[in-house]
Design a protein around this ligand. Sequence first.
Ligand SMILES: Cc1ncc(COP(=O)(O)O)c(C=O)c1O
Length: 467
Amino acid sequence: MDNKLKEKYVQLDKKNIWHPFTQMADWVNDEPSKPLIIDKAKGAYLYDVDGKKYIDGISSLWVNLLGHRNCLIDKAIKVQINKVSHSTFLGLTHVPAIELSEKVLNILPKNIKKIFYSDNGSTAVEIALKMAYQYWQFKKEKRTKILSLKNAYHGDTIGAVSVGGTDLFHAKFKSLLFKSYFAMSPYCYRCNFRTKDIPFPLKVKDFKNHNLQIGCKGECIKQVEEILSKHSKQIAAAIIEPLNQAASGMIIMPKGYLSEYAKLCKKYDVLLICDEVATGFGRTGKMFAVEHENVHPDFICLSKGITGGYLPLAITATTNKIYNTFLGKYEEFKTFFHGHSYTANPLACAAANAVVDILTKDNIFQKINIIIKHLEIELKGLLEHNRIGNIRQCGLMAGIEIIEDKTTGKSYNCRLKIGAKVCTKMREHGIIIRNLGDILVLFLPLIITKREISKITRAIKIELDEL
Ligand SMILES: Cc1ncc(COP(=O)(O)O)c(C=O)c1O
């Protein structure tokens, strides 16, 4: 793009737009070459207006799944545009949503029987919370609280924030939120109860024997039981991001934690909500994270990758047990009074149908798991670096925690913005990744190649050497 025109767009952006999760003073005062203006994309690459290409190392904020401009998804949307782009889902239905419901139910755990559509991850969570809350009203039990985990992230709407455990995002809104219980996060690297180093990858086979591996006594899961044993009669549901608390810096749960959490919900008769907004649709190496530990939740929340990262769509999927309690005569008003203008948008459903078709093709997961293994090998190669305190990986998602002092795990002063600076430097290598504080996040599309992964880890090493 011509430099003058580019500068005009940069100035207009800075004059008119307020970007999400962005300190706008920094954004506006950045040097003139920034911000990076994206023009087009193909496969795992984004291209800026000057034609420079970048590996999309965070899948455009965790949504892109099968590459940009995937020909099958493109085609499905174009075909649907020629029919209808949107019609309401209140009192009407359409074929793309009907077909998608069947396809998604076929790949979800077998106890899940009903699909409720909406349009983003936060609303998928809100809906699960509201359904769980209303379910207990029908059962004539006053259950008004939710159990969640510290470091949880379930979105930015007020209900989702109420069950969020990330103080940086949520503390300011405290008096607006409903009260929830929080058990400690299974964040082994920063756990006070740990006495031994953490192996990578962390694959503790039996969570009860956790202490043998890293010298703790599973305090995190004990806290879940403590809360449930005392308060289960007030708790409508327990919510969890299965396997990975992604937005808090890829906090990967030790193997067995998720199934223990699910078992405790069963034991204390509390509904279980698994928020697979980030982990769903293959990112963990299986279709859904719950499959890794054979967990059958009462609700599963899906969004992000569902349309391959093309269009906003979400699903809150649940069981017949929940659905049936909402049935009744019109005048009983047991209806679930919730819906959005763009619920089950037909273009988004068409894209999602194409995504599920691609994912259910033979062998795709075999190929994905070979790539995941390569990522593991590459990350292992970084582990010895004296600026890396801990590396965590779950499938194609990884967190690389930068520290100032490897022996003590001391972090850099946040004013230095080390994580953000490394990410900016990565652009010079043709790579876009994002940081969560000083944790570098990789959230790779399923079509990433071994060469691209190696390029990313090589560039990270070069930039960490510079620190
Ligand atoms: C686990 C999880 N739940 C919910 C959300 C919120 O999704 P959205 O940004 O689409 O509202 C996110 C977003 O990162 C997420 O990671």
